[in-house]
Design a protein around this ligand. Structure first.
Ligand code: MG
Length: 269
C-alpha cells in the first residue's frame, strides 16, 4: 500500500494511492488517491468516501518527522571510497532537523554559505511506533514503510566543520516522497533494489541496496539502542557511489525500484 500526504488547496490530508507504478516509479495515469481521516500514524487507516485523481492533487512530503531524521553515513563501500574514507566499523549516525524536509516538486534552496551542494539518493525507513532497543529480527514490527530521500549535503561545509549539522541541516535539504510504501519486506533491500539518481535526466548514481554495509534491520537495532524512535521518525540508510554537485536550476530525481520517484529543482535561496 502507498500512503501519501496531499493537498487539493485545502488542509493537507493523508491518502492511499491506488494503481500500478511502473519500473521507473511513475504511477499509472488513472491512479487515484483515496483520502484517509486523520493521521494514519496515530489513528490507523480510516478510509473516507472521498477520492481524487492523483494528477489533480499536489503531493506533499509523506511525513514530517515530529522528532528526528537519523542519517547514516558511508553505508556503501564504494561511496566511502569516493569520499576518501574507510568503511566504518559501526553505523555512522548523524541527525538532520525536521525543518530540512520538503516534498516532491518543492525547491531545494542553495544556501549562500556553500559553493558545493551535493545530491545523495537514499532509501528512507519510516518508523511506525515508539520503540527502543529493537532486536534486528523485530525491526519489521516497528517499520511503517519506506520512501525515497535525497540527503542533500553542502559538501564544503561538511568537510570544514567535521560535524555534519550545518552541511546537512539547511532548510529544504531533505526531500522525501513521493509516498510511503508499506508492503515491502526488509529482505527486499538485502536482495537488492536499484537506487538511481538522475541530474537533469542523466544517470549519476546507480546502486543497489544489496550493497549496504549495514542492512535495514541492523540500522533500526543500532539507532534504537541509542535513542528512542517515535512514530514518523525517519532513518536515511546511506547513499551509493556517484555523489556530485548540483547547481541552481538543476532538476534532481531519485528513484527506487518498487517505491517510486522523487523530483526536485534547485533554486537560489
Ligand atoms: Mg547521506
Amino acid at each position: 500500500m502507498r500512503i501519501a500526504r496531499f493537498t487539493t488547496g485545502e488542509d493537507p490530508q493523508f491518502g492511499i494511492v491506488t494503481g500500478e507504478v511502473d519500473q521507473f516509479g511513475q504511477p499509472a495515469e488513472d491512479s487515484v488517491v483515496v483520502a484517509l481521516a486523520g493521521d494514519p500514524f496515530y489513528v490507523g487507516l480510516k478510509v473516507l468516501e472521498q477520492e481524487h485523481r492523483l494528477a489533480d492533487v499536489r503531493l506533499l512530503s509523506p511525513i514530517i518527522p515530529r522528532s528526528k531524521i537519523v542519517g547514516i553515513g558511508r553505508n556503501y563501500a564504494a561511496h566511502a571510497a569516493e569520499m576518501g574514507t574507510d568503511v566504518p566499523e559501526e553505523p555512522l549516525m548523524f541527525l538532520k532537523p525536521n525543518t530540512t524536509v520538503i516534498g516532491p516538486g518543492d525547491p531545494i534552496f542553495y544556501p549562500p554559505q556553500s559553493s558545493n551542494v551535493h545530491y545523495e539518493g537514499e532509501l528512507a525507513v519510516v518508523i511506525g511506533r515508539i520503540c527502543r532497543d529493537v532486536p534486528p529480527e523485530q525491526a519489521t514490527d516497528v517499520i511503517f514503510g519506506y520512501t525515497v530521500a535525497n540527503d542533500v549535503t553542502a559538501r564544503d561545509l561538511q568537510r570544514k566543520d567535521v560535524q555534519f549539522t550545518r552541511g546537512k541541516g539547511f532548510d529544504s535539504f531533505c526531500p522525501l516522497g513521493p509516498w510511503i510504501e508499506t508492503d515491502l519486506d526488509p529482505q527486499a533491500f538485502a536482495d537488492g533494489r536499484q537506487v538511481q539518481t538522475f541530474l537533469n535526466g542523466d544517470v549519476v548514481q546507480d546502486g543497489s541496496t544489496a550493497d549496504m554495509i549495514f542492512d535495514v534491520p541492523s540500522l533500526v537495532a543500532y539507532v534504537s539502542s541509542v535513542m528512542t524512535l517515535l512514530p514518523g521518525d525517519v532513518i536515511l540508510t546511506g547513499t551509493p557511489e556517484g555523489v556530485g554537485p548540483m547547481q541552481v536550476g538543476d532538476e534532481v530525481e531519485v528513484s527506487i525500484a518498487g517505491i517510486g520517484s522523487l523530483t526536485n529543482k534547485v533554486a537560489q535561496r
